[in-house]
Design a protein around this ligand. Sequence first.
Ligand code: AMP
Ligand code: MG
Length: 472
Amino acid sequence: MSLKIPFDNTYARLPEGFYARQAPVPVADPALIAFNDALARELGIDGADDARLAAIFAGNDVPDGAEPLAQLYAGHQFGQFNPQLGDGRAILLGEVTDRTGARRDIQLKGSGRTPFSRMGDGRAWLGPVLREYVVSEAMHALGVPTTRALAAVRTGETVLREVPLPGAVLTRVAASHIRVGTFQIFSARQDTDALRALFDYTVARHYPQARDPSELLDVVIERQAKLVAQWMALGFIHGVMNTDNCTLSGETIDYGPCAFMDAYAPDTVFSSIDRFGRYGYAAQADIIVWNMAQLATALVPLMPDESEAIETFTRQIHAMPDLIRAEWLTRFAAKLGITAPRAEDAGLVADLLDLMHAGSSDFTNTFRGLADGTARDEIADRDGFDKWHARWRTRIEDEADPEAAMRAANPAFIPRNHRIEEMIAAAVAGDDAPFHRLNAVLADPFSDQPDAADLRRPPTHDEVVTATFCGT
Ligand code: AMP
Ligand code: MG
């Protein structure tokens, strides 16, 4: 059966300097690991047999209508500006319009070298591919704006990292791949024509209501503030919030060393390359403001008057922390069953978090336990908890159905690091069953699913994952 992807490409119509046309580099022996049928239907993609799907999503067979290209961008990596990055191991095949009328990018990741590969091999190994597949799909099921995973394919080739590892390709679907770093590259080059073309393209594609750069900045600030508050409410740590990994669409992108916290500690860092904790759990709320300041800086050349632009943008950036605090409070109040948060609820949340921190309580299970009556078991300071509990029950007296609200805000299941590691080890040994099981359970994270109780358990001392590594 042949596969049809109804491509309708617009990025490829942008000026040549925005990308390099580049076909994916074929691999030795494509074998399909997973194809996301539900997402494919959303995108209007027909089915095909596994061999054909494997060939397409390994990059061996470029489907009709695709116009493969590698996108150009720059970015601040750990605070240092890198004037040219770009897709070094990814290829945008093209775009489709989904069932809701939204334009979506279809991108291969791990599809071979491009003109932007620098020293890299353009490839990905199986571990990061399956990790991104599981975590991005879980984030979607958890209600977080995110890129999605359409397919994962083994390449039949070996990738050399510290050791030889099995190669794989991920197919990622995104609202777009426009990054803060995409604006930065043209701004840094003082290519105002390109910058304006990118601005016009971004506005038309994502925010047609934005009439000028300041309005674009406002809406991106709002999306990113909401996004980071959602991450924090789930104990999610992105791990590498460089400006090239920060989207204009407000979707989570680039699942590298990301991780969910087990035991609550605000300074938690997993990424092995984040030595100073720049992108730690609580730091995310500050870093996103810094990233938005870089976007603002990149937009200045589009404004008629530079000093006026700087004044306006500075005001917008300075207003962002309050916006994040408000979003944070909304999300965490919902976790306590509070529908209309008041300012003083921040203290109620903070006091619970302090009790959790003091006893290294499991973040996910403590919040889920509030509705189930098991939260007390998670807290070391029982007296402290009882006092907090009395205050909290008084606060939610007038809520209509706080238990139901809490079950909808506090997942039973998150992709726990030790389960991801276990799943990757199994897949490397040729057993994909744990991968498929994780996907199936995490598709419905707010349901109890008693058969999967083992996946709710925090890691034992021996299972704790202390460091995660970049997707390379
Ligand atoms: P990341 O940290 O994954 O967002 O990647 C940062 C930059 O490094 C991007 O420009 C990537 O395209 C590039 N890159 C990462 N891994 C590889 C690789 N294996 N080969 C070529 N480029 C890579
Ligand atoms: Mg990246």
